[in-house]
Design a protein around this ligand. Structure first.
Ligand SMILES: Nc1ncnc2c1ncn2[C@@H]1O[C@H](COP(=O)(O)OP(=O)(O)OP(=O)(O)O)[C@@H](O)[C@H]1O
Length: 228
């Protein structure tokens, strides 16, 4: 999946300018960058929500083959967790046949089962993130987009969410692109990093390539150099 010379403007505000980057099919693709550098804008564009030059995106699946979990959480507060999962099953049209990964089964037994009859609106912010990530991972799509899936989530739930998202790649061989402000949590998985700043992509490559390019041993030190 490749982005070439992508430019996006909102009114007079140019957010992305001639942006080039690539995403790998067999890795967790993590978009990083300071607030307001266009991470959500890039996901929105990949999801078909922004007008752009057709040539700018190549190798991405069609909109129907996409699942997009936006930064703002969308749910019906009066539905229980069970009903919400059933709702996602209806979207997918084969309610009984969700092909869960073994990681998903573990997370169901560890977390979801215990809150299955609670109303979504009554869950904490972090619990909502776990449930809605779980629901999105149940969908059977080619490409999954997650915008800041760890926002407002404690370290235990963050690790569960990362495990679920990583299992899409490692167990189901799906493609995943997400945004985050914390790369260290992803370091034990195969990752491809895209760093945005000043309307451009400042780096696109694996964590090892990032460390080699900056001559650093720690990813956060390497990022500080890239974002200078
Ligand atoms: N729909 C919109 N209409 C107008 N301007 C927008 C719109 N969406 C985003 N912007 C502007 O585009 C810029 C990039 O926003 P975006 O949300 O893509 O950044 P981000 O990197 O995801 O930020 P954050 O880390 O804070 O989530 C910001 O200046 C924002 O104000």
């Amino acid at each position: 999946m490749q982005v070439k010379k992508l430019s996006i403007t909102y009114g007079k505000n140019q957010v992305l300018s001639n942006l080039d980057c690539k995403f790998e099919t067999d890795k967790l693709n993590v978009i990083l960058g300071p607030n307001g550098t266009g991470k959500t804008t890039l996901l929105d564009t990949i999801a078909g929500l922004n007008k752009h030059d057709e040539q700018a995106l190549s190798g991405f699946p069609t909109q129907k083959q996409l699942a997009y979990k936006a930064q703002q959480l969308h749910f019906f507060p009066s539905l229980t967790v069970k009903q919400t999962i059933q709702l996602y099953a209806e979207i997918e049209n084969h309610p009984k046949n969700f092909n869960k990964t073994s990681t998903m089964n573990t997370i169901y037994n560890q977390v979801i089962k215990g809150i299955i009859d609670k109303k979504i609106g009554k869950l904490s912010g972090g619990e909502k993130q776990v449930v809605l990530t779980y629901c999105n991972c149940l969908l059977d799509r080619e490409l999954y987009l997650f915008d800041e899936p760890l926002s407002g989530v404690d370290i235990n739930n963050a690790n569960l969410i990362i495990k679920m998202i990583a299992a899409l790649v490692t167990e189901k061989h799906k493609q995943v692109i997400l945004t985050s402000h914390d790369i260290e949590l992803f370091e034990s998985f195969p990752i491809n990093i895209v760093v945005l700043n000043h309307q451009k992509c400042m780096f696109s490559g694996t964590d090892h390539e990032l460390l080699n390019a900056t001559n650093k041993a720690q990813i956060n030190d390497a990022l500080r150099i890239i974002l200078k």
